[in-house]
Ligand binder design. Structure first.
Ligand code: DLL
Length: 435
């Protein structure tokens, strides 16, 4: 294994005792800050009969109430704010396309801590000050662009603030400037990779790695992007409520994402009972921030379903790892009583030679759920005869039935007929909600 590349080795490789000391101290300060400055948090703790003095360290974490998206909505916009606005220097927000807008506030300290997590992520993917980092996440209220941007500058890399979109121009810059790192959503990376392949431009670009996150993506999609762009593709995780990208990131082993444990305490809970589950068990990811000043999060329920691991990582980092989230509990579709995550369907499609360009349409006819999947053919498949295409559709129906246990109507559609995403892809249309 190559010599690992760190941004803050003393923190990234700290002993368990050191990490727990940082977390315990941070938790005590965070709870006190929240109780004293946010009436909303104070009320929640009072309702549970908890005072800041009851929290002496991480062993007391379980006594605290959970925070969830509904709390953020009810407390919107300033209810959870714990610093005067005059000490805040930035606001970010989620897109709020489903009316779930979240606004997060940052002090300068918060931005520094966040950007240092993003710098760790780039370093863990092998990035150094000699790299040229093209940031094709959206800039603006979305945390992707500005967060990774700050991390790249902290690392000293040459930072290209491209934002998303204008794919031809993205590729032109890669060619002209010799970009070595690409940072964007996996869907946009797949689109860029597809364009590079179709235009036969691979030999003209110098990319060596990509840091992709912000949405669920499968290992199959990773391999597709890696092959088409001849790079290593690393996963990065985060959410606006906690600051943005960089809450967790992959190292060169590409086997789970190290959680920045000096900033966040992670727990996995049973989403139905709230019971804390041990390492290795699947459940809902919950985070508590231990350094954030303006917008601390206490036991925030992310709705992301995943698993935590605490086994030793060959890279030397001691922070525990989270698996790729397999979806959000609120993205999980229940079709004819079967739990289905779009990522499971994606796995079957990619394993069968299709791309990640697909769309799920769920509907209800009388009382029965239906699932239709539009799947793009590759250009080679498109030249098949009608009989071949029908046979392909049948094969895919059977593969999905075998994997998920439900029947889906498959419609193979022509290449490029499904709209590409420059940010997070929207792959599910659930018409049942309209009833
Ligand atoms: O998506 C922050 C981010 C930007 C992370 C760029 C990584 C890269 P939000 O818009 O608030 O923040 O969305 C957060 O996106 O709860 C997950 O459901 C999902 N998500 C983020 N990263 C990943 C990932 C940003 N690597 C929500 N894998 C989270 C799977 C992810 N899902």
């Amino acid at each position: 294994m190559k010599q690992p590349n760190y941004y803050m080795k003393n923190i990234e490789c700290a002993s368990r005792d050191e990490i727990e000391t940082i977390q315990s101290r941070g938790l005590v300060t965070t709870v006190k800050r929240a109780y004293e400055n946010s009436e909303y948090y104070r009320r929640k703790m009072d309702d549970k009969g908890i005072k800041p003095e009851d929290i002496k360290g991480i062993e007391d974490l379980h006594k605290l109430p959970f925070t969830c998206k509904d709390d953020l909505r009810q407390a919107y916009p300033y209810g959870l704010l714990c610093k005067p606005l005059s000490e805040c220097v930035r606001i970010h927000s989620t897109s709020g396309t489903t009316g779930k807008r979240v606004i997060a506030f940052y002090t300068q300290h918060d931005l520094d801590a966040w950007e240092s997590c993003c710098a760790r992520a780039i370093a863990a993917a092998g990035g150094t000050k000699d790299d040229i980092v093209q940031i094709s996440y959206g800039y603006g209220l979305f945390t992707g662009g500005m967060g990774i941007h700050g991390g790249s500058q902290k690392l000293g890399s040459l930072t290209l603030p491209m934002s998303s979109g204008s794919t031809d121009r993205q590729i032109q810059f890669m060619q002209d400037l010799g970009t070595t790192f690409l940072c964007c959503t996996p869907s946009y990376a797949a689109f860029i990779a597809e364009t590079v392949t179709e235009k036969n431009l691979l030999s003209t670009i110098k990319l060596r790695a990509g840091i992709f996150g912000g949405e669920a993506w499968t290992d199959e999609m990773r391999h597709d992007i890696e092959n088409k762009l001849n790079i290593k593709a690393y996963d990065i995780y985060g959410l606006t409520e906690l600051d943005g990208p960089g809450v967790a990131y992959e190292c060169e082993t590409q086997h789970g994402m190290h959680i920045c444990e000096d900033q966040f305490i992670a727990e996995i809970i049973d989403p139905n009972t709230g019971e804390v589950l041990p390492y290795g068990r699947k459940g809902e990811l919950v985070f508590t921030s231990v350094s954030k000043e303006a917008f601390p999060m206490i036991r925030y329920r992310t709705r992301d379903i995943c698993v935590l691991y605490n086994d030793k990582c060959p890279c030397g980092r001691t922070h525990i790892r989270m698996a790729k989230p397999m979806g959000r509990s609120d993205d999980m579709l229940i079709i004819k009583g079967v739990n289905v995550f779009p990522s499971q369907i994606e796995t079957v499609l990619l394993e069968n030679g299709y791309s990640s360009n697909y769309q799920l349409i769920v509907d209800r006819v009388k009382t029965t759920d239906t699932l239709d999947i539009n799947v793009e053919m590759t250009p080679e498949m498109f030249s098949d005869t009608l009989g071949d295409i029908t046979a392909r559709e049948k094969a895919l129906v059977n593969a999905l039935k075998g994997f998920l246990g439900i029947y889906a109507n498959i419609h193979l559609v022509s290449p490029h007929s499904i709209v590409r995403s420059e940010g997070k892809a929207v792959r599910v249309i659930d018409k049942r909600k309209l009833y």
